[in-house]
Write a protein that binds this ligand. Sequence first.
Ligand SMILES: [Zn+2]
Length: 298
Amino acid sequence: MKKLVLLVVLLGSLASADEAASPFAAVEVAPGIYQLGNTNEGFALNVPEDFVGGGVGLLVGDEYVVLIDDVMEPTAPALLAKVEEIAGRPVDFVINTHAHGDHVGGNVYVSNSGAIIVSHDKLRSRMEADPKLNTGPGALPVITFSDEMTFHVNGEEAHVFHVANAHTDGDAVIHFRNANVIAAGDISFRGLFPFIDLDSGGSVAGYKAAMQRLIDISDDETKFITGHGPVGTRADIETDLAMLSDAEARVKALLDKGMGEEEIVAANPLAEYNDEYSWFFITTERMTRTLIRSLTTD
Ligand SMILES: [Zn+2]
């Protein structure tokens, strides 16, 4: 009897060790709608080891399972295991928010398990042209849209729309109108300096306009599934947009004085934001250089 008890205890601890081994945690932001990300408190990104991919959205219900982004190739199987644990069955549709490897890296896996991938037209062309993203059969979206489309699933109306030249040139935002949830993709780096991919059609002006659109279509109760960092509110998006606008103005003031790039970086005009917003991928210096480049090439 003692042995049996010991075995049960051992199996019990093995099972919980297995669960603890998943690099993904889920936060239910509204009934049946989740943000998935790393297992740190509030999806914090303190060190590179925390990074398991871009923030993921998940809609589950009676009819369909809809996934928003599917992280990186190496971490995608663990994500899909976590999704199946929550949804109880495989994914039907995946909406890709933009063509970066930490958001579309699991496309081959989800296609092979029967999911239909949907994206903006330009995301598909970017992926098709990039061997690092076009990694084999199933990698590319099979349905694309140019401006907007709507999913009518699980009693939810999910309005998918394009925001032009923001994080990239193929960004999609998903607005769950009934649940009052917005999956922002990388239009929200919550509390972090944003990556604005100037080499993939992104722009600071477009990024700010996209953030403003998030503010315009939301209210005080709206929950934001973010591309990086914790779940957000409209007030958070307003705070992050104010930071970006002010950061741009600070850099512009130095450019207007005739200062060069290295002089501006040395002057560190974003120093005030360093403690809160700088992180391992977009440091204060990298944010400064992006703003300089954007302001001098527009
Ligand atoms: Zn991205």
